[in-house]
Design a binder for this molecule. Structure first.
Ligand SMILES: Nc1ncnc2c1ncn2[C@@H]1O[C@H](COP(=O)(O)OP(=O)(O)OP(=O)(O)O)[C@@H](O)[C@H]1O
Length: 532
């Protein structure tokens, strides 16, 4: 049975490692597909706005010292001009800040749109959504990953973008200024301090990323439970299942809350780290200046000259340290982004893997199922033959339990076929193979007609209704057929109820416990299927 297995590395403990970087870069390719894409333009706009904002902030920062000058000199004209300039700069600064926020929000919406559409394209390709939800258990809650994790990832990433993109520029500028004021000692001390802070924070962030991934899984499980009750409210009410479901839903909630508490206690250590580095940073500038003073380099300066020098050096050092502490403050947002990157990355890898395999299967399937390409079949088989099975064997996907062995069968128009067997023996599995959901382990399955209004229609055991009106349900019956005809066609929408079908309707058979009379064991009872 060629059921796709788990993605190679899915399920590995999520960490801050090379795999995280690879997954993050893969997502970035979706965000920025080309240099001329809209997102790149918006990103460049954001970069310009934040740089301009920094320039204005710098000018605003100089205004208090200029006020000392004009007030000290009792210069009224100078005071008026400076006040006008200050108001203009402040208005410009707040406009730029708001525009910065606005661009980040637009980026968030665009990123969410692109990433969700990209995942949808993979998820709804061929029968990937079926394989992911039914046959594979390594990717939990794909619905939650697509709807909630993508949303949070884009929101958190956009919230840190403007600070991140401007930091290389501010860091370079203030490192240079700091070097000018304090020599190599200032920048070296500050960079050493930041590297130490980053290493400590990385150690503290590791367990948070793992816990966050686990929390999101439990969040998905909890939501799924509610969805299950919503979808099955009527059967649940018939069974009077309220009490049991209440207990089970509460159990999931408790598990989720317990994980959230554990996540918060891990975050506590990170907050302690961040706050310690923030406050230590505020005195670091004085430590940097104290070293040359106590080592006697400034021994010939008067106390006034020394205090002027200290004040000047302190400003640039504090600003450089502030740039670094702002980056360290992003640690909590970064750990969230890392957690979501792993969850989305795992899903993306699994989807890419499955859609690649589906495509291979489809191209293979098309050639196998295509009438004109199947050698000999059109010549020897009458046109009313729908399926031709030759020594087909089917295995259960979760175990290697054989369900059907060496089944040869011909299914024709106008004939009825009743398949009987104990529950779980593989009656529906045969239909899954005929419907192309599973593959047979051995033998060949030939489909000699189309799915849809002029061919074959499968009625699943559980009816499926999409949202919308009764009329909108009808195309469901006609679409999603075999690889050759599985496209969404506008013509298909609104087929009249009287549409003519080939006449082969497969009803998944009810168990028929006492009919296993083949003498060859349960799994071969299908070969004795009754043609009515
Ligand atoms: N998605 C799946 N993953 C793993 N095993 C599966 C899956 N679907 C079915 N099976 C297993 O394959 C076997 C055959 O299942 P199948 O649904 O074909 O039985 P059935 O004869 O149609 O039963 P019933 O009469 O109850 O519908 C069962 O043992 C079942 O547990």
């Amino acid at each position: 049975m060629a059921v796709p297995g788990p993605a190679a590395r899915a399920g590995a403990r999520p960490r801050i490692d090379l795999q995280l970087v690879q997954r993050f870069l893969r997502i970035q390719k979706v965000f920025f597909p080309s240099w001329s894409s809209q997102n790149v333009l918006m990103f460049m706009t954001l970069l310009c706005v934040t740089l301009l904002e920094q320039l204005v902030i710098y000018q605003v920062g100089l205004i208090p010292s200029q006020y000392y000058g004009v007030l000290g000199n009792k210069d009224l004209d100078g005071f008026k001009a400076l006040t006008f300039l200050a108001v203009a700069l402040i208005v410009l600064n707040s406009t730029l800040k708001s525009f910065d926020q606005f661009t980040c929000n637009l980026l968030y919406v665009n990123w969410r749109k692109d990433l969700t559409e990209h995942l949808h394209n993979l998820y709804f390709r061929a029968r990937v959504y079926y394989i992911l939800n039914v046959l594979r258990d390594d990717i939990d809650n794909p619905d939650q990953r697509i709807s909630q994790d993508v949303e949070r990832f884009c929101r958190q990433l956009s919230s840190m973008t403007s600070r991140l993109i401007v930091s290389p520029f501010t860091l370079a500028y203030y490192t240079y200024q700091c070097f000018q004021s304090t020599g190599w000692l200032g920048p070296v001390c500050i960079f050493g301090y930041f590297i130490m802070g980053t290493m400590v924070n990385k150690t503290l962030m590791g367990p948070i990323v793992t816990k966050l991934v686990q929390q999101e899984k439990l969040e998905g499980d909890f939501r799924f439970k509610h969805m299950q009750i919503r979808v099955n409210a009527e059967p649940a009410a018939f069974y009077r299942a309220g009490l049991v479901e209440h207990m089970r839903t509460d159990r999931r909630l408790q598990r989720l809350l317990q994980t959230q508490r554990e996540l918060m206690s891990r975050e506590l250590w990170l907050y302690i780290g961040i706050n310690t580095f923030d406050y230590l940073g505020s005195i670091l500038s004085y430590v940097v200046i104290a070293i040359p003073i106590f080592s006697g380099i400034y021994g010939d300066l008067s106390p006034t000259e020394l205090s002027t020098l200290v004040s000047k050096n302190a400003f640039v050092c504090i600003y450089l340290i502030n740039c670094f502490t702002q980056l360290i403050d992003l640690s909590t947002t970064f750990s969230d982004v890392a957690g979501y990157t792993h969850r989305i990355g795992e899903l993306q890898e699994a989807l890419l893997d499955m859609s690649r395999k589906s495509q291979d299967c489809e191209s293979l399937g098309e050639s196998e199922w295509d009438l004109s390409k199947a050698p000999g079949w059109p010549v020897t088989e009458p046109s009313d033959t729908a399926f031709l099975l030759d020594r087909v064997s089917i295995l259960s996907p979760s175990s290697d339990k054989p369900l059907i062995k060496d089944l040869s069968l011909k299914i024709c128009e106008g004939q009825s076929l009743l398949i009987t067997g104990n529950t779980g023996t593989g009656k529906t599995s045969l239909l899954r193979v005929l419907g192309g959901l599973w593959e047979s382990m051995k033998g060949s399955v030939q489909m000699l007609t189309d799915f849809g209004p002029h061919g074959v229609l499968f009625l699943p055991q559980k009816p499926f209704f999409t949202d919308g009106t009764l009329r909108e349900q009808l195309p469901l019956l006609c679409l999603g057929g075999p690889p050759a005809s599985g496209r969404l066609s506008s013509q298909a929408v609104g087929y009249p109820l009287s549409a003519h079908y080939f006449g082969v309707l497969f009803l998944s058979c009810l168990p028929f416990p006492k009919r296993d009379t083949t003498g060859e064991g349960k799994q071969v009872s299908l070969s004795q299927a009754v043609l009515l």
